[in-house]
Design a protein around this ligand. Structure first.
Ligand SMILES: NC(=O)c1ccc[n+]([C@@H]2O[C@H](COP(=O)([O-])OP(=O)(O)OC[C@H]3O[C@@H](n4cnc5c(N)ncnc54)[C@H](OP(=O)(O)O)[C@@H]3O)[C@@H](O)[C@H]2O)c1
Length: 418
């Protein structure tokens, strides 16, 4: 692989996340000598991305082609060691690129949060990826790196402290400040359309183990319900919780990590992810209000005419995203509460700087790409479809801590931390 022309190709360097990823990659590759190219379908836009880059000399080439052009993608992937993609919705524009990476033995990471598409890609290409050595790692953005690496971090601490992993972990989104991009809105819209047309969509969404290998799709967790009208009390954090939109998706990735790593968290491991409000009556009202609002939004998105109206008037369009001020002022915090068998409780806090939807996401994505390129000889897995934790684990944790503004910390008490 060393004789390939590029170390990393950033595919989709013109969108809301792609432009930001290009800036970060150019800066990082300039400092480390990695050979970087950027690609997409529009040369003029790609030139603008290169010219506005803080380190434009480290962008060695611009590759122009279409996400549906197999011959072009074959050539592009054969000439690089790692492809990192922001061209989504991935279910619409991502399949040919994954196939090309698998065929040419090229490592790959992306930002998808579309479990149906991930399942389809695994089923179609897992065997061949093992043969060619291509490491394919989906969901390397805010969905699902903080959850996936956070659980792995907490379980390492549980092993050190209790000699056993936690059998249950609840991840609570304690704080989140930022906005989402046009591509995220487009992926959501596409998922709502698939729900109407794809007969298997709903069953896969509900199946908590849908991303686990065949024969390994059972365990203690019940169905992943998207935005149920459910408010729960967290006794350890002494606060109310409400459903978190991306919880079901992140949970599927965490459960897949456990299964494909050979169950280091145990076969009876259960996982949930919700958002935190606060204690008292005020916290309960806030949780109920948030739950009802999210449910109404989901209903409106499920109806074709209100969805079309929301797309026209409310949701960001492709290429749009939060402005610089919002991206830089954004932040988030998640708290993981782990329970061990003898009722010992262990907690971790994962904090991120920058808005989760664009800035933090693109920093994490580019660190994943650099990890696949620089740590290729030292990763614990060969070719195949992996999760962030199973493919890169602590190496990626170190990288996102050093370069992407994340922190991982074991805490004794959440309330005193606030
Ligand atoms: N996991 C997470 O936490 C997370 C966070 C944010 C976003 N995302 C996902 O990331 C993806 C990108 O989001 P975004 O907001 O950056 O989207 P966006 O602004 O719409 O950008 C999409 C990119 O895809 C390119 N593209 C579209 N069709 C193409 C084709 N046929 N051939 C080549 N390139 C094509 C666009 O090129 P043009 O500029 O030429 O149109 C653009 O570069 C979405 O799927 C979104 O759901 C995930």
């Amino acid at each position: 692989m060393q004789n390939r022309e590029f170390d990393i190709v950033l595919w989709g360097a013109t969108g809301a996340t792609g432009c930001r990823a290009a800036d970060h990659l150019a800066r990082r590759c300039g400092g480390s000598g990695l050979r970087l190219a950027i690609g997409g379908r529009n040369r003029e836009k790609l030139e603008v991305t290169r010219q506005s880059s803080p380190d434009k000399d480290s962008v060695k080439a611009i590759l122009v082609g279409d996400s549906h052009d197999d011959a072009f993608l074959r050539k592009m992937t054969a000439g690089t060691r790692v492809v990192v993609s922001t061209v989504g919705p991935f279910a619409l524009h991502g399949s040919a690129l994954v196939a090309a990476c698998v065929a040419t033995g090229t490592h790959y990471c992306d930002l998808t949060a579309e479990p149906q598409w991930m399942r389809a890609m695994i089923d179609a290409h897992q065997g061949r990826a093992r043969e060619t050595g291509a490491r394919i790692v989906h969901s390397c953005g805010h969905d699902s790196i903080p959850s996936d690496l956070g659980v792995q971090f907490l379980q390492e601490a549980a092993m050190a402290r209790f000699g056993a992993p936690c059998h249950h972990i609840a991840t609570r989104v304690a704080q989140m400040k930022g906005a989402f991009s046009g591509g995220t809105a487009a992926s959501f819209v596409n998922a709502m359309k698939l729900r109407e047309t794809d007969p298997g969509f709903e069953a896969l969404s509900l199946d908590p183990y849908a991303l686990c290998p065949q024969g390994e799709r059972d365990g203690p967790d019940g169905p992943d319900r998207m935005m149920p009208l459910q408010v729960t009390w967290d006794p350890e954090l002494r606060a109310w919780t409400k459903p978190y939109f991306m919880g079901p998706m992140n949970a599927k990735v965490v459960r897949r990590s456990n299964a494909i790593m050979g169950y280091p968290y145990g076969r009876d491991f259960s996982y949930e992810e919700t958002a935190l409000t606060r204690g008292g009556v005020g916290g309960w009202f806030a949780a109920v209000r948030g739950t009802v609002f999210s449910r109404l939004f989901l209903k409106a998105m499920a109806n074709p005419s209100t969805r079309a109206w929301l797309q026209r008037h409310v949701l960001p369009k492709s290429g749009e995203g939060p402005d610089k001020e919002v991206r830089e002022a954004g932040s988030y915090e998640i708290v993981l509460v782990g329970k061990a068998r003898d009722r010992d409780v262990l907690m971790a806090k994962i904090a991120g700087q920058g808005d989760p939807g664009v800035r933090s996401t693109t920093l994490m994505l580019t660190e994943a790409a650099i990890c696949l390129a620089e740590d290729a000889e030292n990763l614990p897995v060969g070719g195949g479809f992996w999760t962030p934790a199973s493919a890169m684990g602590p190496r990626l944790r170190d990288r996102v801590s050093e370069h992407a503004g994340l922190s991982f910390e074991i805490i004794d008490n959440w309330r005193t931390e606030r």
